[in-house]
Structures are given as C-alpha cells and as structure tokens.
Design a protein around this ligand. Structure first.
Ligand SMILES: NC(=O)c1ccc[n+]([C@@H]2O[C@H](COP(=O)([O-])OP(=O)(O)OC[C@H]3O[C@@H](n4cnc5c(N)ncnc54)[C@H](O)[C@@H]3O)[C@@H](O)[C@H]2O)c1
Length: 304
C-alpha cells in the first residue's frame, strides 16, 4: 500500500516509517527537516523535502493513507512563541486536509496529545473528559482534532486522533529525558530539575507508540475516532531522574527550580485511561525502566 508520512524524518515519524517499510508498504516521507534528520529516514522510503504548509496534493495522488506527524511538538516553546505552534500545527494540518480533499485521500492518522485535557480532575482521564488545554501547544492540537473531525464528516476522510502521552526512546531529541541526559553529561555531580520534581505523568516507549498507530489504522471501524495512548502507570519526575541516573551509573545531587510546574503549560498530573485502545488489542509491551535503559544506551552511542 502507498502511504505518506509527514514528519517522517523526526523521532516518532521515522520509527513509524521503519515499521511500515518492514510491513511491505511503499512510503513517501514529506519533511522540511526543521527538526528531523535526513539520516533517520529509511533508505527504502522516498524522501520529499517540503513544508506541509505548501500544497502537497501532487505527492498525495494515489495514496491510501497519510500519517500526518509533522508538527511543532514543543509545549515549552509554545508559551514563548505561540505563533509557531499555531502556524505549523493548525495551519499546517488545515493545509494537509485540503491537500487530502484535492487528491481524494480517504484516510488520515494524527498524533494528538494528552495535553489537550489540561488539568483533568479525573485520573486516569477517559477520552470523554472535557478538553481544556493549559498550553498553546495543547490548544493547537485540539484545533487540529476539530478540523480532522469536520473533514471526516464533510468529505469522507476517515480520521483518527491518537492522544499520546510523553513518548520517549531512541532518536528523541527533545523532552525531559533528553534534557536530563545532557545536563548530566555536562555536570555528573548535580542535576537541576525544573519544578519540584513531583510532576507525575505517563511515559510510553516509542515502539509501543508505533504499535498504536498500526493498530488503529488497521482496526478502526468508524469515520472519526479518538484514542488515548499511554502507559498504565505514571512516574514522578524525581523517579524518572533516579532511573536515568541509575542507567548512566551516576548519583548526582538533585536541585529544584521550585515551582509546582516546570514551565508555563506544564501539567502536574497526567495519566490517561487507555481501555478504549486496549479494546482493539493494543497494550504497552516495554516497561518504564527497560525503555529508559534502551534510550540511555542509544544516547550514549550517539554524538547527541
Ligand atoms: N514526542 C512526544 O512525546 C509527543 C507526544 C504527543 C504528541 N506528539 C506529536 O507527535 C508528532 C511527532 O513528534 P516528535 O516528538 O517525533 O517530534 P519531532 O520534532 O522529532 O518530529 C516532527 C517532524 O516534523 C517535521 N516538521 C516540522 N514542521 C514541519 C513543516 N512545517 N513541514 C514539514 N515537516 C515539518 C520536523 O522536521 C520533524 O522531522 C508531533 O505531531 C507531536 O505533536 C509527540
């Protein structure tokens, strides 16, 4: 099957491309390389360097599915530069949907985010819980979900939004674990933790995340659907730091910037109810410590 992966040179996208190629699909990657790396793109994929905000309908002709992964994924930066997450995520997704309409693509899978729930009072949070994002990034992704839902109903483009927890693993070059690793490389004796270390969230290894994309792609029956994708348990930032230090063979002193949030838009508590996607046969396979060990080994083997 011929499929497109936008953002296929990035962390999640490049792993998805590898898996699709392993399964025998013909894959076209569209990425502007603003954050992704050409060397992450599978050699068997066809690579097109292009911005999703330009017309990609030519590339979409004859394509069965687009996995629309390209985005500005940074919550922290979205507080400092709100326009970028609006432009790349909202306008970018709108542009991709318009190209699907023009090229008659009938299937789109989209990584949304746990941050769209904001400060949910129900933990684990089900898909039916009201969305009230507290970050510009979360707001931008919620707007994307709304457009995908509308295009599914209006133009018959079957859509899926996967509300992802914190995804980590090999090739990830942002997020809390990446930050800790680099701080510890610089100073193995001390680790500064943003916030009070008590933020308590769900983390999922990349291979389980890719499984979720493939499961919903193959099994979803209805025209538009939303699934939470995350681990069954949450971990405090302190525990995460301890697990990373153990994997690196270090025992630094932890210091804290002190506030209850690490940055503007940071969620203190996040755990999603994943029974809906588990009902399709998906379940996480990589344990937290096992995943952290794999990621640290990769970081240590790379010149990151
Ligand atoms: N990593 C996570 O924890 C996480 C959690 C929830 C949702 N997501 C979502 O998953 C997706 C992938 O995230 P990631 O962590 O792999 O990020 P990433 O930055 O590694 O990948 C994003 C890719 O999109 C490309 N890109 C960005 N803007 C583009 C544009 N205008 N045109 C074409 N390509 C463009 C980048 O070059 C990069 O290769 C994003 O949509 C993100 O919002 C990620």
């Amino acid at each position: 099957m011929r499929v497109i992966v936008s953002g296929g040179a990035g962390f999640i996208g490049s792993h998805l491309v590898d898996r699709l190629i392993d399964e025998g699909h013909e894959v076209v990657v569209i990425d502007n390389l603003s954050a992704g790396k050409k060397e992450y793109v599978n050699k068997k994929a066809h690579f097109v360097k292009k911005d999703i905000r330009t017309d990609i309908s030519e590339e979409l002709k004859g394509v069965e599915t687009i996995f629309h992964i390209a985005a500005d994924p940074d919550v922290r930066v979205s507080a400092i530069n709100p326009k970028n997450s609006f432009d790349v995520n909202v306008a970018g997704t709108f542009s991709v949907l318009e190209a699907c309409r023009k090229a008659d693509v009938k299937r789109l899978i989209f990584p949304s985010t746990s941050t769209i729930y904001g400060e949910a009072k129900v933990i684990p949070t089900p898909e039916t819980y009201p969305c009230a994002p507290i970050s510009n990034y979360g707001a931008s992704k919620l707007a994307c979900e709304a457009y995908i839902s509308s295009y599914a109903a209006s133009y018959g483009i079957k859509g899926t939004s996967l509300r992802l927890a914190n995804i980590f693993g090999e090739r990830s070059t942002h997020g809390v674990m990446f930050d800790f690793y680099h701080k510890l490389k610089k100073n193995p004796n001390s680790l500064e933790i943003l916030g009070d270390g008590k933020q308590d969230k769900s983390y999922l290894h990349i291979s389980d995340c890719v499984d979720a994309f493939l499961t919903t792609w193959k099994i979803q029956k209805i025209q538009y659907d939303v699934f939470n994708v995350g681990s069954r348990e949450k971990h405090k930032v302190d525990e995460l730091a301890t697990t990373m230090c153990k994997a690196m063979g270090l025992s630094p002193k932890f210091t804290y910037t002190g506030a209850s949030r690490g940055w503007v838009g940071d969620m203190r508590l996040m755990l999603m109810d994943t029974r809906k996607i588990e009902g399709l046969g998906w379940k996480p396979k990589v344990g937290f410590e096992e995943g952290v060990n794999k990621y640290v080994s990769w970081l240590q083997s790379e010149k990151n």
